[in-house]
Ligand binder design. Structure first.
Ligand code: HEC
Length: 303
């Protein structure tokens, strides 16, 4: 009896801790934003090279890739020449054999952004390439945030929208309104004692066409850049976000391609080995005497 009650208390504590940890992890950055599909492709060396170029120009200043070296990256991404790496990729004056460090100190970064920019070597393993792709595409203007931008996939992120010059000024596209407290606004309704919150959703009515009501909750299912404010067209920007996410997918596991092609050789080798093993087996069994039953059967048929 005592034993089982101790067990129950332990179980209850265990579940409380599990729920608490789960809540903390999910509260860290989860949102219910629906992620657009994105399929990484490590064979597309041009995309990976563009991703590297964009990364060193727009991200490496804050986010290191401290578990990877420039040299290996150059080799894997289609044998980029050493001089090209030194001229166009390595801005920190490091030798090519060095790790891809950021030049910003962690302490400075923490005081500037509230959170130190994490190392991104493994980010696509922790999140996913799809998550990173959508994260880069869903920044939008928000006056209430310190950098004037917020993010749909990572709400209240401490990162500025560094790709803004490419994308242009991204704004939320909002429709309709929901959960409007009409009682607070309309004396007539109050007279009629109509109580409660009325909910209305006009998904297809642009926000400008609606009466401005206080306390409305907007339904903003899209983000789009104001045309003409960025260097890239929306398609080019999507491609840039894809290239960066694809590059970070490579970073998370640089040997993936080698492993997959090695796998084919291994299977081929095993198939050939099986042929020889089978021939050898036949050779061995030739000399083994037949089982007594087969001998007897043969004997009876002869009779
Ligand atoms: C000015 C510095 C700065 C630059 C440049 C920058 N970031 Fe960030 N980034 C941050 C900070 C700070 C955070 C942490 C935000 C937080 O935790 O609220 C962050 C967070 C992230 C995260 C989320 C990591 C996680 O798992 O929590 C990703 C992914 C990311 N950045 C990708 C990028 C990419 C890709 C680029 C280049 C296009 C880039 N960042 C450029 C400052 C920067």
């Amino acid at each position: 009896m005592r034993h089982s009650s101790v067990l129950t208390i332990a179980q209850i504590f265990g579940s409380i801790i599990a729920v608490f940890i789960g809540a903390c992890l999910s509260a860290a950055s989860d949102s219910d934003w629906e992620l657009e599909p994105m399929k990484p492709n490590l064979k597309d060396k041009a995309s990976l090279q563009r991703g590297l170029g964009l990364y060193v120009n727009f991200c490496l200043g804050c986010h290191s890739l401290q578990y990877r070296r420039y040299e290996r990256t150059a080799r894997d991404l289609g044998d980029i020449h050493k001089d090209d790496m030194l001229d166009y990729v390595i801005f920190t004056g490091q030798p090519i054999g060095d790790y891809m460090y950021s030049s910003m100190s962690k302490e400075d970064a923490k005081s500037w952004f509230g959170a130190a920019p994490p190392d991104l070597t493994m980010v696509t393993r922790v999140r996913s390439p799809k998550w990173v792709y959508n994260f880069l595409k869903t920044f939008y203007m928000d006056d209430e945030r310190p950098f004037g931008v917020n993010n749909k996939v990572f709400p209240n992120v401490g990162m500025p929208h560094v790709l803004l010059p490419l994308q242009g000024i991204p704004e939320e596209i909002c429709y309709g309104y929901e959960a409007v407290d009409l009682l607070a606004r309309e004396p007539i309704l109050r007279e009629k004692k109509l109580e409660g919150i009325l909910t209305r959703t006009d998904r297809d009515t642009p926000i400008e066409q609606l009466d401005p009501l206080e306390g409305r909750e907007l339904n903003c299912p899209e983000v789009a850049a104001i045309p003409g404010t960025g260097l890239y067209t929306p398609e080019q920007f999507d491609q840039a976000a894809y290239d960066i996410a694809n590059f970070l997918h490579y970073m998370g596991d640089p040997s993936r391609e080698v492993r997959v092609s090695m796998g084919r050789y291994v299977i081929g080798f095993l198939v050939i080995l099986m042929i020889f093993a089978y021939i050898l087996k036949r050779e061995f069994w030739k000399d083994v005497p037949k089982s007594p039953r087969r001998v007897r059967e043969e004997h009876t048929t002869e009779l």
